[in-house]
Design a protein around this ligand. Structure first.
Ligand code: SF4
Length: 543
């Protein structure tokens, strides 16, 4: 069996004994890369999706995912939202369950726990953006190493053999256990839960307590996803105050798995209860989570001002009372444009939640995906809705301008290697990114990973890389470095205790800038030509 003791490099988890052990039957946990609040900044957590660059791995881990504070039981102060939901579902059903910090898992699984339940969104670093950093650098991302270190703890496998501990895995990345075929031989887990797990996990817990055989795989199809009233309220704080406001997405992008789930809006009282759990326990942040925050209470894909202003009005009262930070998890660019053009909704939300001092700006993840109208029409026809797909590049630009006007800083992704992609599609993306230069934002490439309706296709591989892909990466990397520096200077990480992190990030940006300047050299061995002239250069040369 795989052993962490044979690995080189830093150990990711310790064996600690709680000051006051609790009696629990269900240990809910995950490795350190996810069990961290990333110094209170979600963006810093993205560093865990790559290998250490320009500094020792130990320092990299310390920046990306420092250990979280624990109580006398070894329970973490903040934990990933998905794990909190599982903990809440089990507790509401009357089970003794708790999210346990990974450093205390070895203790609990060897001291009477009946099951270890693990949830993850990127078990083996096959998802974006981990897979692309791995492909580009040829080195394993730290999140993969950290998870393997966690799941390889000898205590887990000793408890399974000697005490009958059951190991259950779930979360949005369970598909990776099918891709990495040896995984189930290396780590023989009992059950894989595929789908939204709040109800399924309670049925499994009943079976575990009565000593029944467990099914190898539990699949929760979209039609059996829990209804709003079956989704429990978290009992303890989530990482950086994340609370879910809706599930599912109506846009139907072909490369996305979320779109297969039914659409559900959380009622305001449930959202408020979770915000209170976080703020009253000292988490000075509210992150509203949805695949598209502006579709909360929407008329399908048309944002409506009333529910959005009611939601943000309620949130603003708590931000004021607790002097808390604020962010959205994700928003779609079409919704940003539509909401602003119909009732100035984005501006009115920004007026509610920003105060110019404590909250100068707020962040959100957005998907550009492509600058090509042809590809947008083919692969994500409703991403632009209610506008026509033909207007996609214009929508992206308008949405970036609206966000810049309202101090909203997007972290945007685009996808290289989408099925059917041509050189011209990539140049359309490059030109769009160049037009976004005036707007404060980070823009990061992703390589196509087969998911959603395209899950049976081939993913993008290193040998698919062409000079125009490298050109796109250079353009977006320069954009992101330019704005990362300015955002750091403008007040991101401006508290005194962030100074060491800020200095290390600046050092990293310096190293990254040097590497980008040498990127052509780096790719020489896998490209037919070291770099490609841009479409403009080609046009100029032929004129
Ligand atoms: S808009 Fe985003 S969440 Fe919705 S289907 Fe498209 S990629 Fe998925």
């Amino acid at each position: 069996m795989y052993s962490p003791w044979r690995r080189r490099g830093p150990r990711y988890h310790r064996r600690r004994v709680p000051k006051e052990p609790a009696r629990i039957d269900f240990v809910v946990s995950v490795d350190r890369c996810l069990m961290s609040n990333h110094h209170g900044k979600e963006f810093i957590g993205f560093m865990a999706t790559g290998p250490a660059v320009g500094m020792p791995e130990r320092v990299w881990m310390r920046i990306a995912c420092p250990p979280i504070r624990v109580d006398r039981h070894g329970f973490p102060w903040q934990a990933p939202y998905g794990l909190r939901k599982i903990e809440a579902a089990l507790r509401d059903a009357g089970f003794r369950a708790a999210v346990v910090d990974p450093d205390y898992v070895a203790y609990y699984v060897t001291h009477g726990a009946r099951a270890l339940m693990i949830g993850h969104h990127d078990y083996f670093a096959y998802g974006p953006p981990s897979s692309e950093w791995w492909m580009l650098t040829g080195r394993e991302p730290v999140n993969r190493k950290s998870f393997m270190d966690f799941i390889s703890m000898p205590e887990i496998w000793w408890a399974k053999r000697e005490k009958g501990l059951r190991v259950v895995i779930g979360g949005p990345a369970v598909w990776q256990w099918d891709v990495y075929r040896e995984a189930l031989e290396r780590w023989p887990v009992d059950t894989i839960v595929d789908g939204e797990a709040e109800k399924a996990v309670v049925e499994l817990a009943e079976k575990i307590m009565s000593g029944e055989e467990l099914p190898r795989r539990v699949v929760v199809p979209p039609r059996e996803s829990p209804r709003v009233e079956e989704i429990p309220v978290i009992k303890a704080p989530s990482v950086n105050g994340l609370v879910e406001i809706m599930r599912g997405c109506p846009r139907g992008c072909k490369f996305c798995s979320v779109t297969l789930r039914p659409l559900r809006y959380m009622p305001l009282d449930k959202i408020e209860a979770e915000i209170r759990v976080n703020l009253e326990n000292g988490v000075g942040n509210v992150i509203l989570h949805s695949e598209d925050v502006l579709l909360y209470g929407a008329d399908v894909v048309k944002p409506r001002p009333e529910p959005l202003l009611r939601l943000h009005g309620m949130v603003a009262r708590y931000l004021e009372e607790y002097d808390a930070g604020f962010a959205w998890s994700h928003a779609s660019l079409a919704a940003v444009k539509y909401a602003e053009e119909h009732g100035r909704t984005v501006s009115r939300i920004a007026e509610l939640v920003l105060d110019g001092d404590r909250r100068k700006m707020f962040g959100v993840e957005v998907g550009i995906e492509t600058g090509s109208v042809r590809l947008a029409r083919k692969i994500m026809p409703a991403k632009a809705a209610p506008y026509p797909a033909e207007k996609w590049p214009e929508i992206v630009e308008d949405a970036f301008r609206i966000m810049a006007d309202n101090n909203i800083v997007p972290a945007a992704t685009y996808i290289l290697g989408l099925p059917g992609e041509t050189e011209d599609d990539v140049y359309a993306t490059i030109e769009l990114i160049e037009r976004l230069r005036p707007y404060p934002s980070l823009i990061v490439p992703m390589f196509f990973v087969p998911m959603g309706m395209l899950k049976d296709l081939e993913g993008f591989r290193r040998d698919n890389l062409k000079p125009y892909h490298v050109e796109a990466m250079k353009v977006s990397a320069r954009h992101s470095l330019y704005w990362a520096r300015r955002l750091l200077a403008k007040g991101y990480l401006d508290k005194a205790h962030y100074l060491p992190i800020k200095l290390l990030i600046e050092a990293f940006l310096h190293v990254a800038e040097k590497r980008i300047n040498n990127i052509d050299k780096y790719f020489e061995d896998i490209l037919e030509a070291p770099t490609a002239p841009s479409r403009r250069e080609r046009a100029a040369a032929s004129a």
